[in-house]
Design a protein around this ligand. Structure first.
Ligand code: R5P
Length: 272
């Protein structure tokens, strides 16, 4: 791996723990103004200092994130359909590599739809994007099992989807937690980060999901709704950081969550 590629990876995955807390705010690219993400800038500002990377589209990056931001950016470069379309897998690359370089991002991300009508197109697009990424020194994150594919989110399906993405050259893969997740990790030779999915019943449930994923070998999280749809997004992302980077237990993370809810946030530099 060339220096530029390694440097971009190291900016996302913190060298001390080798893991990452990515904050996903890219939902609008197919869902429109999702609850509590109606104004991305407003949602992002308080939690941004606690993210190791942010995942979004070029439109939101340009409109809602100041260019002075120090947090690395993972740029979603696929899209083209919305929740109103009957087939969410009908995606294509919507943002070229040249644009990702111009925006000085740390990685590009695209969805692949294994087992869906547009499996072939999205997988070959991943292969092509990886080839461009290798030339540019740009890591490519493959995102598996979005939308209807979520229904198939068991270890057998996710192992297949993640392995195929890695075989096509993805440098990291975003997937979902499932029972038997360690099997998914075992079969995937590149780092796996775990999305949260729709808001769970409680903050505790989201912390538990994160804990289980890390215990079973995830290299981090790329979580959205379970952070910014929480009533306490800053406390929540800080509790998740403790699990990901400090290997805190769920109990310890919950204690931190409660303490942080009650107290004003300290300077991010003083946190993990
Ligand atoms: C979905 O396509 C998006 O890529 C989201 O970034 C991803 O689902 C993670 O967000 P959440 O934790 O809300 O599921």
């Amino acid at each position: 791996m060339d220096w530029g590629m390694r440097n971009r990876m190291a900016r996302m995955f913190k060298p001390r723990s080798g893991r990452t807390v990515m904050l996903a705010v890219d939902h609008g690219y197919f869902m429109g103004p999702t609850r509590r993400l109606e104004n991305v800038g407003t949602t992002l500002t308080p939690v941004l200092p606690y993210a190791d990377a942010i995942a979004l589209t070029r439109g939101i990056l340009r409109s809602s994130v100041p260019p002075t931001v120090e947090v690395p950016v993972v740029l979603r470069v696929s899209g083209g359909v919305t929740v109103l379309h009957e087939d969410l897998s009908d995606e294509a690359i919507t943002t070229p590599m040249e644009e990702a370089l111009r925006l000085n991002v740390c990685a590009v991300a695209m969805s692949v739809f294994v087992g869906a009508p547009h499996e072939h197109e999205t997988l070959t697009a991943l292969g092509n994007l990886v080839s461009e990424g290798e030339s540019a020194g740009m890591p490519v994150m493959a995102i598996t099992a979005v939308g209807k594919e979520l229904e198939k989110r068991d270890a057998r399906y996710l192992s297949l989807a993640c392995r195929v993405a890695a075989e096509l050259g993805a440098h990291l893969v975003k997937t979902y937690y499932c029972e038997g997740f360690s099997k998914v990790v075992e079969g995937c030779p590149v780092p796996l980060v775990v999305a949260g999915g729709p808001r769970l019943d409680s903050d505790r449930a989201a912390l538990q999901l994160c804990f289980d994923a890390i215990q079973e070998g995830a290299a981090g999280i790329d979580m959205g709704r379970n952070i910014w749809q929480s009533d306490h997004p800053v406390a929540m992302i800080r509790a998740l950081r403790a699990i990901v980077h400090e290997r805190a237990t769920v109990r310890e993370a919950l204690d931190l969550l409660e303490t942080t809810k009650a107290a004003p946030a300290p300077s991010p530099a003083a946190t993990a």
